[in-house]
Design a protein around this ligand. Structure first.
Ligand code: TXA
Ligand code: MG
Length: 323
């Protein structure tokens, strides 16, 4: 059996045995395991080398399953699930006892999401338990948007990876929690603040962290390539003895005239934010594999989805230059 393939039954069997599987979603590939099994959860943390204080998102295949795993669900949460599931939205809700404490790192809140990818949905339907799935990268490294990224980063620690093509959306889901029925955005993503406000009719004045619920993953350096990434730096900021053949450039829509073309990636030649999001991690993976001394990256227009892309670039950066 090849490590990458389309065999949902095989993947389901491995998951029933508390093993982990690479699972495509529309955002990024996840490292999936039985969300109700302490043994499977333990395996996810070990393979990802992720601190056990950082909880996992639980994936479901039908909106009604929200009732099984969450309680005291705010009206706004139901409105958002109805509007955006299946899709790139994660809801932070009070958990029921069906969700083990290890899955939420001891928190009484569970992160729930119904992904919009046929392979993920078919896999979930083949199982009688939900799937915990963090992004399938070693902790802190670039998220995977292709099956080969999972294979290269996690190797034989993952017995099987389901093929799902290049992820259509390309960056992680928006995470929304609630304080007294009012939505709070914990992680920006494909679903924008304006969309959340429109659906719930509630304006979100502050995009900030909840006082009692921490999203540990969102406060650390993340999504980072091994090659130092300098955000907002110009070629003129580089040391004069730095050969441009050793410098990469991650651009929004236009090549840099002085840097060799093979060292450059355009996120979207037609300057589309959707296309830029889809290609962000792929471009970072490719540039990181080139053995460069450093990568210069541009920020993206800071509007709508551009905010979520810039958030990932800031976290990926080793150095940031503010203009
Ligand atoms: O698009 C996505 O959300 C992808 C795909 C695979 O579904 N998953 C993903 O998972 O990005 P991960 O583990 O890389 O990021 C999940 C974030 C982390 O920052 C984690 O701290 C937070 O969600 N989180 C998960 N459960 C939580 C909980 N119960 N309370 C607070 N934060 C939670
Ligand atoms: Mg992640």
């Amino acid at each position: 059996m090849n490590q990458i393939g389309n065999n949902i039954q095989w993947a389901a069997q491995l998951l029933q045995e508390d093993q982990v599987v690479g699972m495509p979603t529309e955002t990024v590939y996840g490292l999936a395991g039985n969300a109700l099994s302490e043994k499977a959860i333990d395996r996810i943390y070990t393979v990802k080398n992720r601190p056990r204080t950082n909880p996992l998102i639980v994936h479901i295949h039908h909106p009604d399953q929200i009732e099984l795993y969450a309680q005291n669900i705010p009206v706004a949460a139901r409105q958002l699930a109805k509007a955006f599931w299946p899709g790139p939205l994660t809801l932070l809700l009070e958990k029921t006892n069906l969700i083990p404490n290890v899955t939420t790192s001891g928190s009484s809140w569970v992160a729930l999401r119904m992904p919009n990818h046929p392979v993920a949905l078919n896999l979930l339907k083949a199982l009688d338990f939900p799937l915990a799935a963090p992004s399938a990268n070693p902790y802190g490294y670039i998220s995977p948007t292709k099956s080969i990224h999972v294979q290269k980063q996690l190797g034989t620690q993952v017995p099987y990876i389901l093929e799902g093509g290049l992820c259509q959306k390309g960056i992680e889901s928006t995470i929304v929690g609630f304080e007294a029925e009012k939505p709070i955005i914990f992680r920006s993503g494909l679903i924008t603040q304006a969309q959340i406000e429109e659906v719930t009719g509630i304006s979100i004045s502050e995009v900030q962290k909840h006082k009692t619920v921490a999203t540990p993953g969102s406060s650390k350096s993340h999504y980072a390539p091994r090659t130092p990434l300098h955000l907002g730096f110009q070629v003129s900021d580089l040391a004069s003895n730095m050969p441009l053949t050793q410098v990469g450039f991650l651009a929004f829509s236009q090549f840099h005239p002085e840097i060799p073309i093979k060292n450059q990636r355009l996120l979207s030649p037609k300057a589309s934010l959707d296309e830029a999001a889809q290609h962000l991690y792929e471009a970072l993976h490719e540039l990181d594999a080139q053995g460069l001394d450093l990568i210069l990256a541009e920020t993206i227009p800071d509007e709508a989805l551009g905010k979520a892309i810039n958030d990932r670039l800031f976290r990926a950066a080793h150095k940031i230059k503010k203009h």
